[in-house]
Design a protein around this ligand. Structure first.
Ligand code: NAD
Length: 297
């Protein structure tokens, strides 16, 4: 058997297209474009690439992009003051503070300072709480993107055994919550789980969010399982090559022999994150103006 390859890149492109249309119709009604503010503190090279890509994708989706680049030694008071200004700015619908922050800044305090109604990353405790009790708020982009791919692939998840590997606040925990809301039977596995392989082998749906290259082999999977690989790991470069290959937490080639459907790395979950961020921003804009977001976003 060869698994269906779940094409996150194509799905994300279609979602960005719909978001772009929603942004245009929003602008006609509201007289302004939806706006996303991204704050980057310091010069972490990976974060700079992410912020640049987010800015480009925001403009391509017919939205305003406001980038704020602050020096690495910015004080917490100055960063909090900037967030306050953005909270009060009616042109800004979504605020994203790029993580990780330099170590002298307290990430939780900074996230807590973002207005929950502009917290398009869904990291604020109010939004985590809303997700937990089933109120509408903002859901973190990567797990929501995984959920969209799963629903597209499987339709109804009711009663399925789902195993999420990883329990971070940004991926594992909200992912488990979303699966539970979709009536799956959910297990959250993590670094202290005993006999992880046998836990994973009973799953109809596996979501791997660990950060260990190709940890999950074909003998871990129930035949026909749907596998969502969130992990992004760079292998050491081959001799003479510049950069090592990017791989997920799942050994894609061999897992494809057993799984029913599987996301590749790259081109699976990765492209969904920015697309969902733009979607969340379009929804924030509608809510901020008292408008109903279009169906199907
Ligand atoms: P994290 O380091 O915060 O959490 C990793 C989790 O894995 C922890 O909960 C830990 O308990 C668990 N874990 C560690 N070792 C384990 C082991 N041996 N067995 C079982 N569980 C183990 O990481 P994160 O932020 O949740 O990200 C996880 C992975 O997803 C990383 O590779 C990251 O790069 C990737 N990621 C991708 C996207 C995207 O595609 N856009 C977004 C976020 C994270």
């Amino acid at each position: 058997m060869t698994a269906t390859r779940i094409d996150g890149k194509a799905f994300a492109a279609r979602l960005r297209e719909r978001v772009g249309e929603a942004a245009l119709s929003f602008a006609q009604k509201a007289g302004r474009k939806p706006g996303l503010a991204v704050v980057l503190v310091g010069e972490d090279p990976a974060s700079q690439v992410y912020v640049r890509n987010k800015g480009k994708a925001t403009l391509a989706a017919n939205m305003e992009s406001f980038e704020h680049r602050l020096p690495a030694d910015t004080s917490e008071a100055d960063l909090l003051a900037l967030v306050e200004t953005l909270n009060a700015d009616p042109a800004v619908d979504g605020i994203l503070v790029q993580l990780p922050l330099p170590s002298h800044l307290d990430e939780q305090s900074v996230i807590a300072s973002i207005s929950p109604d502009k917290d398009v990353d869904g990291f604020h405790v109010i939004n985590a709480g809303r997700l937990s009790v089933g109120q509408s708020g903002f859901v973190p982009c990567t797990p929501l993107g995984c959920m969209m791919l799963l629903t597209d692939q499987l339709g109804d998840l009711s009663g399925l055994e789902a195993v999420v590997i990883g329990r971070s606040n940004i991926v594992g925990k909200p992912m488990a919550q979303l699966l539970l809301d979709a009536n799956a039977t959910v297990t959250i596995a993590h670094s202290r789980t005993r006999d992880l392989k046998s836990v994973v082998s009973r799953a109809d749906v596996v979501v791997a969010a660990v950060g260990r290259p190709e940890m999950i082999g074909k003998d871990w999977l129930k035949p026909g399982a749907t596998v969502i690989d969130v992990g992004i790991n760079r292998l050491p470069p081959e001799p003479g090559a510049g950069k090592g290959r990017l791989v997920g937490d799942v050994a894609f080639g061999e897992a494809s022999e057993v799984a029913g459907a599987i996301t590749p790395v790259p081109g699976g979950v990765g492209p969904m994150t920015i697309a969902v961020l733009l979607r969340n921003t379009a929804i924030a804009a509608h809510r901020n103006e008292g408008l109903d977001p279009p169906e199907g976003l």
